[in-house]
Design a protein around this ligand. Structure first.
Ligand code: C2E
Ligand code: MG
Ligand code: MG
Ligand code: MG
Length: 291
């Protein structure tokens, strides 16, 4: 299975999976079957504007209900799907299902945009710009209502190909976001070359922001640097009012976390968003980056 060992973490993970396979559970064939047999479903987590607590977009998070293992979290199968190439069909499915849901919400009058996670393989081995263009057209969704999240490490694995895909997506009008910022090793100088509009600070720096001066300083300087480069900043993993208040003071634009809402099924998200819209109408209607 080991198509490419990029880090010792992945190698160890894959070896563990191979051992599991020897015990009779083939995660690879299970993953392949999962798409066909409808074992995946999507949840949506609100992204909040810290200025007014309004919600104009949601992050799509995949869930796997395995017939015998039960719930398998994405951290346990996405890295494996990336190793084996299965990620390409997973991403196609997530895009199709997510955009169909977005189109339905917008048709029902809910002003909303979506953030969708994509991987290295998607950027370098799949014609992601063509795929995204076709799926946006199929659902009648404008490109500006879609934001793709890419990690720094995904870009750094094959910067030339990744940059070509990101540029093509940007030219189409798709928004781009750097996910888990701070956990990779990309230089700030490199970030300047990327056509991204949003930077998401990894939750490891955010969770104890109010208790840890190092985290506070990292987040403060990240926000300053990002704003200097014209990027919006979103903090991940906001669980307390105290952290939310500090982030607002620091000028952070957006936030996600259990404080506002856990990831929700489509119907629950719709109900949550309608209630949130009534309680906290956006000061300016229109998603970030929207004309
Ligand atoms: P991510 O993109 O950084 O997503 C954020 C993760 O943080 C999600 O975990 C979310 O449920 C969790 N989270 C949100 N708020 C809080 C909070 O307040 N506290 C804590 N402790 N956690 C919070 P999840 O859903 O388990 O996803 C894990 C990772 O799996 C994602 O990290 C992403 O890298 C990957 N992933 C999820 N869905 C997809 C997908 O459709 N495609 C791809 N390629 N990757 C995905
Ligand atoms: Mg993400
Ligand atoms: Mg993230
Ligand atoms: Mg993360």
């Amino acid at each position: 299975y080991v198509a490419k060992q990029t880090s010792s973490g992945y190698a160890a993970f894959t070896q563990k999976m191979v051992r599991t396979t020897e015990h009779g559970l083939s995660l690879l064939s299970d993953l392949r079957r999962a798409v066909d047999e409808n074992q995946f479903y999507l949840q949506y987590q609100p992204k909040i504007s810290l200025a007014d607590r309004s919600c104009l977009s949601a992050e799509v998070l995949i869930r796997w209900r395995h017939p015998t293992r039960g719930f398998v979290p994405p951290d346990q199968f996405i890295p494996f799907a990336e190793q084996t190439g299965c990620i390409k069909s997973i991403t196609r499915w997530v895009l199709a299902r997510g955009l169909a849901q977005l189109a339905a919400w917008r048709a029902a009058g809910l002003e909303m945009s979506l953030n969708i996670n994509v991987s290295t393989r998607d950027l370098v081995q799949q014609d992601l710009p063509a795929l995204v263009r076709a799926q946006l057209l199929a659902e009648g969704v404008a490109a500006r209502h879609l934001c793709l999240e890419v990690t720094e490490s995904a870009i750094m694995e094959d910067p030339a190909h990744a940059l070509a895909s990101l540029n093509a997506l940007h030219e189409m009008g798709v928004q781009l976001s750097i996910d888990d910022f701070g956990t990779g090793y990309s230089s700030l100088a490199y970030l300047k070359k990327l056509p991204v509009q949003e930077l998401k600070i990894d939750r490891s720096f955010v969770m104890n922001l109010d208790l840890d001066d190092n985290d506070l300083n990292i987040v403060r300087s990240t926000i300053g640097m990002a704003h200097h480069m014209g990027l919006k900043v979103v903090a991940e993993g906001v669980e307390t009012e105290s952290v939310a208040a500090q982030l607002k003071t620091l000028g952070c634009d957006g936030a996600q976390g259990y404080l506002f809402s856990r990831p929700l099924g489509a119907d629950d998200f719709h109900a949550w968003a309608v209630a949130a819209r009534a309680a906290n109408p956006p000061l300016v209607l229109g998603a970030p980056g929207e004309p």
